[in-house]
Design a protein around this ligand. Sequence first.
Ligand code: DC
Length: 221
Amino acid sequence: MKKIIVAIDGYSSCGKSTIAKQLAKYAGYTYVDTGAMYRAVALYAIENLGNLGNLECLESLEYLETHIHLSYAPDLCLNGTPVEDKIRSLEVGNMASKISPIPAVRQFLVAQQQAMGQQKGIVMDGRDIGTVVFPNAELKFFLTASPEVRAERRFKELQAKGEQPVFEEVLKDVNERDYRDTHREISPLKQAPDAIVVDNSNMTREQQMEAIYAIFDRHNR
Ligand code: DC
């Protein structure tokens, strides 16, 4: 059967990663979470560059290529160390949102993402996959849900991790991140004209996956 590239873009806390991961499993494809790549660079910045300033070195592609090595073993590793359990905090998410508009950071990560798609058979999720990374992807989804529904999901996720979030703060964070993601100059989050929009505010995960599997199967007939 022919292999294709599936691009999944959308707002934060829309369940993109879970959906993309499940679709990859269904299709027998490789799954790539590009948000995790931006989060890994953010973690590097927090641990090595001071949380508030000194981010200028991330503006140099040479600096990034020399100091930041991402690999999969199979989980994401930053300079050889697995980072999955460190990159999901609010702090890293906020830093990821700050460093992701830096052109060199995007250039650095987009090149790696495009290389991963060369053999096709990939499901990649992010913000600019259908617009910038793979504008010719055979199948594109754009996921959305109301900010309140997404804040509720994020709130529960943080609680499950033992954090003690305040709902209003999580909602504010979701809104601020949406604003930054959609208003930045480079590769802002926007729907590709040929993307299929899925608003999952009122859908169960099962309903949503059934719809997505059916669309995927139609594309592979
Ligand atoms: O999907 P996420 O919340 O893990 O993403 C973390 C941050 O990285 C978020 O602020 C958006 C940014 N990002 C991006 O700019 N481009 C991508 N392809 C993926 C994520």
